[in-house]
Design a protein around this ligand. Structure first.
Ligand code: BES
Ligand code: MN
Ligand code: ZN
Length: 497
């Protein structure tokens, strides 16, 4: 999507449509932003249209009407932003996402004016950022396997902004980077598991590193190399897939100026989760190509990290393997030893993510991370607790959890903190090993899974995000279609800037 900048009024430029924002108010009267700058005649037209159409200004609601042929502005679209009192920047992102979906393939250019700080109570940079992200993300579609490709008319956007255009441009530039990363994550998640294999993810990691060898390095461990290191937990899950080589991916970003901080971002990388010997039901398995959504976040952030240029080191870690069924599968009762020396009794092969992550988290500690954040489509229980839109957040460090909540809020990615309840630790006890991979109670399954992961992070500040719900949607949201969302990518990027 192309963005151009223009320093005039909305009615002095010719595009397919001019977009005007409106808040929802109690009465029928609407507050129209950027409206004052328009010609009297246009203002009159707009007021009449809003009155006769009963337009209420709900978020995402649109009202279109066409002007005379001779007019420079051909079509006006009034776009609702919802209630002013409740307005947050994400409403703008969502409204523009909805608009983008409506325009897709139909309109090739729009013009809009960035509302002022007084009008919106958010800075022009944040507004421009949310507008551009909504437009780009709402426009996304995974059409790779559709023979009948719809008209892929590209949308170009003319941004009108008097003054403060440096701020506006910065907001849009950041949106482009964040959306590139989000779209890469979506593509990886939506790709079938026969293609998005561990080797595919590893090759992508190597390619990413090759683009900026000065700052990014990449190390890939295959089965025998991981074995030598002592990653029995990861390899236990990978044992069934004799023909699909597991890959342990270690990306590392080093800033120009030395820094003591090294953030490890760890992603669950199960390229398909059949459940293993504890096989899932058909319905439970159908979307399980998405079980590498955490890994997709890691690759996505590294794909743009050279543009973000964090001032500290960042490690990206993925233990990539499918969780399959074969004569060599791990079976209930098997015990494996993780890289940090702790033994795990595998009581249920469908709780595989935490077992593979025991090794990636241990690896982060061993390789001198100073802070760890992991993303995992870990538990169906998290969807029961928080629904499909909200990620579960756990942390042993208040500062870190606060930072993540702020970053997530600004990204428009919902998270809610759940407790690392110490009293539930004993539920993960095993009769024969240091810890069991499922709890003795099915209640609090998201918490016991997080407590399991905590066994492998030592005393490092650590946060865990269970993205089982928001990583993959079975019905579209305002800024995403069905399927992979990239939820989490923009939160992490906010932590890197
Ligand atoms: N990948 C699943 C979790 C999941 C379920 C993600 C649905 C997205 C949607 C995970 O590996 C799993 O199977 N978890 C089990 C854990 C149980 C065996 C303790 C679950 O949630 O049922
Ligand atoms: Mn599973
Ligand atoms: Zn899984």
């Amino acid at each position: 999507m192309q963005f151009e900048f223009f320093d005039k009024n909305l009615d002095q430029i010719s595009t397919d449509a001019s977009v005007i924002f409106a808040f929802q108010t109690e009465k029928s009267a609407q507050l129209l932003l950027g409206f004052k700058n328009l010609s009297k005649n246009l203002q009159k037209n707009i007021i009449k249209a809003v009155e006769t159409a009963n337009f209420t200004g709900k978020r995402g609601e649109t009202l279109n009407f066409y002007l005379e042929e001779t007019s420079l502005v051909k079509q006006i679209i009034i776009l609702g932003l919802g209630k002013r009192k409740e307005f947050i920047s994400n409403d703008l992102r969502r409204a523009l996402g909805t608009l983008s979906k409506k325009l897709k393939g139909k309109v090739s250019s729009i013009a809009l004016e960035i509302p002022t700080e007084d009008e919106l109570t958010i800075s022009k940079e944040i507004a421009a950022n949310a507008i551009a992200e909504g437009l780009i993300l709402g426009n996304y579609e995974f059409a790779k396997y559709k023979s009948d490709k719809k008209d892929n008319k590209k949308l170009s956007v003319v941004i009108i902004s008097q003054k403060a255009s440096v701020e506006v441009k910065r907001g849009i530039e950041r949106a482009k980077i964040y959306c590139d990363a989000t779209i890469l994550a979506r593509d990886l998640v939506n790709e079938q598991s026969a293609i998005a294999t561990p080797a595919h993810l590893a090759n992508l990691a190597l390619e990413i590193a090759k683009k900026d060898p000065k700052h990014i390095s990449c190390k890939i461990l295959n089965r025998s190399q991981a074995e030598k290191l002592g990653m029995e937990a990861f390899l236990g899950i990978a044992r069934a897939s004799e023909k699909v080589e597991p890959k342990f991916i270690h990306l590392e970003y080093t800033p120009d100026k030395n820094s003591k901080k090294k953030l490890a971002v760890v992603g669950k990388g199960i390229t398909f989760d059949s459940g293993g010997i504890n096989v899932k039901t058909g319905d439970g398995m159908v979307d399980m190509k998405m079980d590498m959504s955490g890994a997709a976040i890691v690759l996505a952030i590294f794909s743009v990290i050279s543009e973000i240029k964090p001032e500290f080191s960042v490690m990206g870690l993925i233990a990539a393997t499918p969780n399959l069924i074969s004569g060599t599968s791990v079976v209930p009762g098997d015990v494996v030893k993780a890289l940090n020396g702790k033994t795990i009794e595998i009581l249920n092969t469908d709780a595989e993510g935490r077992v593979t992550m025991a090794d990636s988290l241990s690896y982060a500690v061993k390789n001198k991370a100073t802070e760890v954040i992991d993303f995992a489509t870990l538990t169906g229980a998290c969807m029961v607790a928080l629904g499909t839109d909200i990620a579960g957040l756990f942390s042993n460090n208040e500062d870190l959890s606060k930072k993540i909540k702020t970053a997530a809020f600004e990204a428009g990615e919902k998270v809610w903190e759940l407790p690392l309840e110490k009293d539930y630790q004993e539920l993960n006890k095993s009769d024969v090993a240091d810890v069991a991979n499922i709890a003795s109670s099915r209640y609090g399954g998201t918490i016991t899974a997080a407590l399991f992961l905590q066994e492998f992070v030592g005393n490092l500040p650590w946060a865990h995000l269970d993205i089982a719900g928001p990583a993959f949607l079975s019905k579209p949201s305002d800024i995403s279609g069905k399927g992979g969302t990239g939820h989490g990518v923009r939160t992490v990027l906010n932590l890197l800037i």
